[in-house]
Design a protein around this ligand. Structure first.
Ligand code: OXD
Length: 312
């Protein structure tokens, strides 16, 4: 059996993954990659934000499996050799968590429930008027495994939904699609709650900037569960302080953990979470990787291959 190396951010996490892989695939040799040792001659690498030296040292790699949806930390077009295919995790229980996170953000935006905790403190029994969904049109950027789950869940709840995608799509009964640069302005015009689930690529870096935020409907809300680098932080802060946005729910940041001096921590209408919108379910992910790997060995191309041109 071919050797699998695990290369993730810390030794401790690598050992946890190793245990799970070894239990699920007892016949394979699963080892934790160590940059100080001689090349391990591994055929497969299972990675999450790995030390990039991995790709320089392990010359026998035939496939790389990324333990997450986003492959932006891999240096797809520079460090990973072009002939080695990269496969990413597809959903594996993350999409439903992220749909739930999006709903949480929408509820914060509409203040459907938050008002009641304030009222409770004042011993005030004061039913509020209903939230009119037509006043809360939602725009989702991205429609992969995660974006589609998010958009469909919110459409089920009756919100008007627009989705912005890279290439044209036919509208669905509940979802209006916009595509390309030209469609972006129309999409933003329809959007009061903007949800970002885009992959991070050269095209999408900094996409949530002053221009973008100004084109959204007034008194809007921003939810980011993709990457911090999609956002120009100063532009987001100006939009919040200037009243263009009433709030933001942010799960991802340029630097993680978010430095304690970053203004987002103290900003009144910013709700922060520490990159937990979609938590990896280790077993589900490992099962998916093993399944993809077995397909490859049988000469069948698994799904989830990362495109070098699209970078996701
Ligand atoms: C991902 C993540 O899968 O951020 O991309 O967890």
């Amino acid at each position: 059996m071919e050797k699998i190396v695990i290369a993730v951010k810390t030794q401790e996490i690598a050992e946890q993954w190793q245990k799970i892989f070894q239990t699920l695939a007892p016949n394979r040799e699963v080892v934790v990659w160590n940059k100080n040792e001689a090349p391990m001659g591994a055929r497969y690498a299972v990675v999450w934000q790995p030390p990039l030296a991995l790709f320089e040292k392990e010359k026998k790699l035939q496939a790389i499996f990324n333990l997450g949806a986003g492959v932006d930390a891999l240096g797809i077009n520079s460090v990973v050799p072009a002939h080695v295919p990269v496969y990413r995790i597809e959903d594996a229980g993350m999409a439903v968590q992220m749909a739930e996170y999006a709903i949480y953000g929408v509820l914060l935006a509409t203040e459907r429930f938050s008002t009641y905790s304030k009222l409770q403190k004042q011993l005030d029994w004061a039913p509020q008027p209903p939230v009119l969904r037509s006043q809360w049109p939602i725009g989702v950027m991205g429609y992969g495994q995660i974006g589609s789950k998010v958009a469909k869940a919110l459409a089920q709840l009756g919100y008007p939904i627009s989705v912005w995608v890279r290439s044209e799509r036919v509208n669905d009964e509940h979802i209006q699609f916009y595509s390309g640069r030209a469609g972006f302005d129309h999409f933003l015009k329809q959007t009061r709650v903007l949800i970002n689930v885009l992959p991070l690529t050269e095209e999408t870096r900094g996409i949530v900037n002053k221009e973008c935020l100004e084109k959204m409907q007034k008194d809007g809300f921003f939810i980011n569960m993709a990457r911090g680098a999609h956002v120009v932080d100063d532009d987001l802060l100006s939009a919040l302080r200037g009243g263009q946005l009433k709030g933001a729910l942010l799960d991802v940041f340029h630097e993680e953990p978010l430095p304690k001096t970053h203004p987002f921590w103290q900003e009144p209408n910013v709700y922060l979470t520490p990159h937990i919108a979609g938590i990896s379910l280790y077993e589900e992910c490992a099962k998916q990787v093993i399944e993809k790997l077995s397909l490859l060995e049988r000469g069948i191309e698994p799904t989830g291959r990362v495109s070098l041109t699209k970078q996701y």
